[in-house]
Design a protein around this ligand. Structure first.
Ligand SMILES: Nc1nc2c(ncn2[C@@H]2O[C@H](COP(=O)(O)OP(=O)(O)OP(=O)(O)O)[C@@H](O)[C@H]2O)c(=O)[nH]1
Ligand SMILES: [Mg+2]
Length: 299
């Protein structure tokens, strides 16, 4: 239990805490959390993007002390949404957590469209199908605390159960996806099992399964930090006029010329500008932001 003076929402998954009481872990043992250690990283998410409203400012800490953000996206059922992945990349950059793109359901569709969108980024990725070998993923998880985020039904818990056979996380049915049903309802950190072929001193790491989210609100991220989630665009802005807001109506924004010269994908610029617009209250992050002609673009 938590000491009352720590407050109701103070402890999150990933926190390192000080305990007093019976720390034996035996059945019925009671210990009290009295102290929360300083956090190495804090992954935050806001209910909405718009920092001008009370609901928009409602901020949640997803996890503490994570080193790696595993952005889980299905290649089909539900379809991938690059707008959502872009939001996660911004959140990862803002929290100083390394991103890893994890594309599941590779048995149902190919990864070409999603990977094509990210060619200018050095974004590490793994492909997952029901029978795939997980050695490459295990190697990327070793020695770190990784947190998975993604829409409901993309296969986070399915993957956790494969990585940690003792986990026994509930797994949903695809038919429930999109009806607002979320199979996992709380975040859980699990220690990954040691692998027989990696030396005994190799720490296999931790994986944190989280409930599916509809969107990843970014009201807590400044406009300037938003741009740093777009490492393929940031370089262009040295040529922008002072105080350029980088919006589509900025006449001399250097980002337009950068994209016109083929140095970044125009869809990435469109995505960045949708985020900028959404932050100023012009869009609702809960609605898929569809770009006509671009089936990947929703968030
Ligand atoms: N075809 C296929 N189906 C998969 C794959 N991975 C997961 N599924 C199915 O997708 C459905 C949803 O999987 P879950 O693991 O519950 O998804 P989740 O991301 O944990 O969902 P929430 O807990 O609601 O956020 C289940 O029916 C899985 O069997 C895959 O690689 N291929
Ligand atoms: Mg789940």
């Amino acid at each position: 239990m938590r000491a009352r003076e720590l407050g109701r929402k103070s402890v999150v998954v990933g926190d390192r805490v000080g305990l007093v009481g019976d720390t034996s872990g035996a059945p019925g043992a009671l210990a009290r959390i009295v102290r929360i250690a300083e956090r190495r990283s804090v992954l935050r998410r806001t209910a909405e993007d718009d920092a001008t409203t009370a609901e928009g400012r409602l901020e949640r800490v997803v996890v503490a002390n994570a080193d790696q953000l595993v952005i889980v996206s299905a290649l089909a059922d539900p379809p991938p949404r690059t707008g959502f992945i872009d939001r996660c990349l911004v959140a990862a950059y803002d929290a100083d957590i390394e991103p890893l793109l994890c594309l599941t359901k590779a048995d149902l569709a190919g990864p070409e469209a999603v990977l094509g969108y990210y060619t200018e980024l050095e974004l590490p990725y793994v492909l997952i199908r029901p029978d795939s070998d997980l050695a490459a993923l295990r190697a990327l998880l070793a020695g770190r605390i990784s947190v998975m985020v993604g829409h409901s039904g993309v296969g986070k818990s399915t993957l956790v159960n494969r990585l940690v056979p003792a986990a026994d996380r509930a797994v949903g049915t695809v038919s429930a996806i999109g009806r607002g049903r979320h199979t996992s309802t709380s975040a859980v950190a699990l220690r990954l099992p040691p692998q027989p072929d990696s030396g005994t001193d190799q720490d296999p790491g931790w994986i944190i399964d989280t409930p599916g989210v509809r969107s990843f609100g970014l009201a807590h991220v400044s406009a300037e930090s938003l741009l740093h989630g777009f490492s393929d665009l940031v370089e262009a802005t040295v040529d922008c006029p002072a105080n350029c807001q980088h919006t589509a109506d900025e006449a001399d924004c250097a980002l337009d010329a950068w994209v016109a010269a083929g140095k970044a994908d125009p869809r990435r610029l469109a995505s960045y500008r949708r985020l900028l617009a959404s932050r100023s209250g012009e869009g609702d992050p809960r609605e898929p932001e569809r770009n006509p002609g671009d089936p990947l673009a929703g968030s």
